[in-house]
Each structure stands twice: as C-alpha cells, then as structure tokens.
Write a protein that binds this ligand. Structure first.
Ligand code: NDP
Ligand SMILES: O=C(O)CCC[C@H](O)\C=C/C=C/C=C/C(=O)C/C=C\CCCCCO
Length: 329
C-alpha cells in the first residue's frame, strides 16, 4: 500500500488565502486494478484560477484542484510504461491512481535537457493561454502594439515573447523593478512597475504615445479601466484574467468601460484556454519549438517541498514569482 499526502481545503478563502485554510492529510492508496496506473507527482503547479475556482467548484474538505507533472511508478495498463512522465489534473497530491484516461504523456519530442516542469508553464496551459489568446482573440498583426499586464508571470511573459516573434511592439507592466528588468531582458520594448509610477495613465501613454492595438488583460480592475482609454480604434482586448479581483471579499466597483468601447468600436472578448483543447497539440508543438530554438525564454519560481504548497500558492497571488510558480516535491 502506498501512502499519499494531500492538501485539502479546510476552509473557504476569505480575502487572501491563509495557511490555516489548508490541511495536510494522508491517504492510503489501494492496490492497482487491471488497467490502472500508480503515479507520483514530481512537479505541481500553483495557478491563479485555483482562487476563484475553489469557491465555484470545491467544498470544504476537498483536495485542492491543480495539475502536476507525474512519473508512472507502477502500471497495470499496457498503454503506459513505468518511468514515463505525464501531465495530470489530480490536484495537490504526492501520489495518485489513474485509469489512463485523464492524463497526457509528455510529447515524445521532449528534449531530455528540458525541465519537465515546463509542461506546467511555458509548454503547458499558461503557454497555450498566451498562444491562443494572442492568435485567436487579439489576432495580433506585425507592426501592431501589444500591451500585457502581469507581464512577468507565467502567461504574461509568454505573451510578450510571442508578440515579439509576431513582429509587434510589446509593452509590459509588472509589480517589481526586478520583474521590469526581466521583461527588458526577454525582449519587451517597454516595461514599467505599475506599483511605483506616479500615474498609470501617463506611464501607458509614455510607453506607447499612439496607443495600443491589442491589450492582453490578466489583471482587470482599475488597470483595465485606464488602459482601455488608450486603445487604438478597432483595437482588441483579450480578457484573460482578473487577478486584481480574485481575493476581494467585496467586489470592486470600477469605472465603466462602455463609453470607450463604443466610441473606439473595440472588441473585448473573454476566453478560457480550454476553448482550444482540440488544438492543444498544435500549440504545444509550436511552443516547444520556440523554447528549443531559444526564441522563448523560460523562468520558473521553484518552491522546494510538498509541505510548502500553500505558501507557494499564497506567494504567487502576492506577486512573489517571476515566471511560472512551481512546487518541486
Ligand atoms: N483565461 C484563461 O484560460 C486563463 C487565464 N489565466 C489568468 O491569467 C492571469 C495570469 O495568470 P498566471 O500567468 O498563471 O499568473 P502569474 O504567474 O502572472 O502570477 C500572478 C501574478 O499576478 C500579479 N498580481 C497579483 N495580484 C495582483 C493585483 N491585485 N493587481 C495586479 N497584478 C496582480 C502578480 O504579478 P505583479 O508583480 O505583476 O503584480 C503575480 O505574480 C491570471 O489572471 C489568471 O487567472 C491564466 C491561465 C488561463
Ligand atoms: O480542473 C479544472 O477545471 C481546472 C483546470 C485548469 C486547467 O489547467 C485549465 C484551464 C485554466 C483556466 C484558468 C482560468 C483563469 O485563470 C481565469 C480564472 C477566473 C476567471 C473568473 C474570475 C472571477 C473573479 O471573481
């Protein structure tokens, strides 16, 4: 029998999650049945969606939702061999059993030298979010100007680099000077720290006096209300996330955006990356190629130890990560 360690949601979050909202438990896993696999998590992801989804999808006592890169340690399923690595959506667990239907093997073309944790970030769901959000929602064109917030994060840092590959001018904002330096290092044309500028409106105008064709919004709230006024006519806004609101106990009452929407005839479209689940292989293949060619740089904020998952999650929500926040078991 294998003992799995799991993190459960002890208490629904009120405002920012607290370590006391989580409980670490142990679960004895049964012996495998025919067709089943035993897997051990190697890397686990902590993502912003877990904050709003926990309230929507979970009840207290449930195992925290989430994805991981896991290694097959025992197999009674001929389609899967011991030692292979997969991406799974089994939540915050050290070990779990699968029937093989809810896991995806890492691409056979995955270079041995490439960290497998990237399958949770740049060459995984966040990277796909950037890829499809830019290509299918922003519909960026060469020569256009792209704005992205939370730009030093898992999604934003890929948005900026893909926009550069697409021949665009890229403006990014992030919440620390170290992040701004990172953005310039990975090729952003303009970058600023939204926490220290005296005026967000002026900082956006200085970065791109002619305005923005595409706005990849990861943050929502006041930033979006200000940025929308600097969109060019027929600009496109990809509403990817609203992390400025996830931890609010009381919803923000921001300024209305309908006026510039009308006069600038803007397109503003919310999306979920799962819309393109049927094109997942296309996106992963393109992202893996750009990473291997060095055209897309990756950065990971790795927290050591399964017992530190809650702190890693809370730290990511507080902006402590550059690049993809990962927990190494
Ligand atoms: N629609 C979809 O399918 C998907 C949407 N998303 C969304 O994309 C966004 C980015 O996700 P991801 O790249 O994984 O996360 P990140 O790696 O960017 O980490 C979150 C970052 O958000 C920023 N942030 C946190 N709180 C605030 C705040 N109050 N105001 C402004 N910025 C804040 C912080 O960076 P900083 O230092 O810059 O403040 C923090 O580092 C999220 O909104 C997420 O929900 C992600 C995946 C799929
Ligand atoms: O198991 C699940 O269903 C989660 C699967 C996650 C997965 O890897 C695929 C998609 C992730 C989507 C992420 C979406 C976002 O981050 C946007 C989150 C919330 C938007 C609503 C915010 C509400 C504010 O109160």
């Amino acid at each position: 029998m294998v003992t799995a360690k799991v993190w459960v949601l002890k208490k629904h979050f009120e405002g920012f999650p607290k370590t006391s909202d989580f409980d670490l438990k142990k679960i004895e896993l049964p012996n495998l049945k025919d067709g089943e696999l035993l897997l051990e998590s190697v890397f686990l992801s902590v993502d912003p969606y877990m904050r709003p989804y926990s309230r929507r999808d979970m009840k207290e006592g449930d195992i925290m939702i989430g994805t991981q890169v896991a290694r097959i340690v025992e197999s009674k399923n001929p389609a899967f061999t011991v030692g292979a690595f997969v991406v799974a959506r089994s939540g915050w667990r050290t070990h779990f059993i699968s029937d093989g239907k809810d896991i995806q093997l890492l691409p056979s073309s995955w270079p041995e030298s490439l960290p497998k944790s990237l399958a949770l970030g740049t060459v995984g769901m966040p990277g796909l979010t950037a890829y499809f959000g830019l290509l299918e929602v922003c519909k960026m064109k060469p020569g256009e100007t792209v704005l992205v917030n939370a730009a030093a994060g898992a999604v934003g840092s890929v948005v900026g680099q893909l926009a550069k590959i697409g021949g665009c001018k890229v403006v990014g904002c992030a919440g620390s000077d170290d992040k701004v330096a990172y953005l310039k290092k990975i090729g952003f044309d303009e970058a600023f720290n939204y926490k220290t500028v005296t005026s967000l409106d002026e900082a956006l105008r200085k970065a791109s006096p002619d305005g923005y064709d595409c706005f990849f919004d990861n943050v929502g709230g006041e930033f979006a209300s200000i940025a929308i006024n600097q969109m060019k006519k027929h600009g496109r806004i990809a509403v990817c996330g609203a992390i400025s609101q996830y931890n609010d106990s009381v919803p923000q009452k921001g300024p209305y955006v309908q006026v510039p929407m009308i006069f600038k005839e803007l397109q503003m479209e919310g999306f979920l990356v799962t819309r393109w689940n049927n094109r997942r292989e296309e996106g992963l293949k393109a992202l893996l190629k750009w990473v291997v060619e060095g055209k897309v740089k990756c950065h990971e904020q790795v927290t050591e130890g399964f017992e530190n998952m809650p702190m890693a999650f809370i730290g990511m929500l507080k902006g402590e990560n550059i690049g993809k926040a990962i927990v190494k078991v």
